[in-house]
Write a protein that binds this ligand. Sequence first.
Ligand SMILES: [Zn+2]
Length: 426
Amino acid sequence: MHALLLTSCFIAALLLSLALKYWLATRQMRHVAAHRDAVPAAFAATIPLAAHRKAADYTLAKGRFGLLSTAFGAAVLLGWTLLGGLDALNVAVRDVLQPSGGDMAYQLGLLAAFALIGGLLDAPFELWSTFRIEQRFGFNRMTWKLYLADTFKGILVGVIVGLPIAALILWIMGAAGSLWWLWAWGAWMGFNLLILVLYPTVIAPLFNRFEPLADRSLEARVQALMARCGFTAKGLFVMDGSRRSAHANAYFTGFGAAKRVVFFDTLLSKLSPGEVEAVLAHELGHFKHKHVLKRIVAMFAISLAGFALLGWMSGQAWFYQGLGVEPNVAAANDALALLLFMLVTPVFGFFVSPLLAGLSRRHEFEADAYACAQASGADLAAALLKLHEDNAATLTPDPVYVKFYYSHPPASERLAAMRHGVAAAA
Ligand SMILES: [Zn+2]
């Protein structure tokens, strides 16, 4: 009874989310194509028609590719669940590993086998996106050699970091009694905080080179801005983002006194010192308004709800049977429950994504307002336009698509809000 109900809900949610994604993507593509041949009036003086057309073509290419990978992802999801893929994998791994290695070896083996197959299924899409689409629009700087090295390092980090935390969570699930989900949540949160601390100093340097900012005048400017805003940073670094992509960025990471500012070399080569300062002021705005902290707290709360839900469902036979898997009788079901949960929750989570995107857009406006107060609004506007043009981001997105997906407001809205803010302050 319950199993059939879960199956029906899952199919309904999957079909509904696919229909919605298709509708949104085609809206966006139609809207962008319809505005391809005219730069919007507000940008006519700053953005050349060729750049506007390139942005439209890039958006369309990514949109078509997105539709294809969405359809493929849904097929893979059905393959794992209702069509019996995960069930077959489970039986195979269990029969090989459980008799000799026990529950832990079997469960870790199942997670590893799933990750390996998932990675292989995703690889063609990743390759196509990097070496075809990004390449065609001149963004890709990745070579095959670097791609293979990245993949190898990624697997290594996954094994060194992922395996112990997976083993810990599985052990808690098996040993901590009916409130295991609370303990597991605690362990998972501790792990996430550890990664936040280790990422900038241990993990990121495996993939990129970080060098202290050598430009003395820019350094002085940035230090003055940080002092003005009440921040101290342990260092200003330049990252060789240009090794992989021409897209530009800057970020601010770390906690307490260990904060560090990282500029992509691609950002420094494109923006003037004043514009770099304005971009950093925007990032500082995120910290000043506690957006980062709020995001971490929200992640904690959502994870707690997720673990509680998993704690309840993993003990019910209908949870497995409703999603196409026969639960083990003589072996632990914890790894199986984790995998099913990770596969299926995004389908339902998609329907709340506009809420999170809306919140994120509000944060961007707040960070912009902060940057305009602490640095030059004109520089921030100029930087925004340059980055938009360099990243071939469309200036004419579909408004409904924006509401659903955009974590950053469209350039037109951000510039209008800045003008408004500056006018109100004057
Ligand atoms: Zn931002």
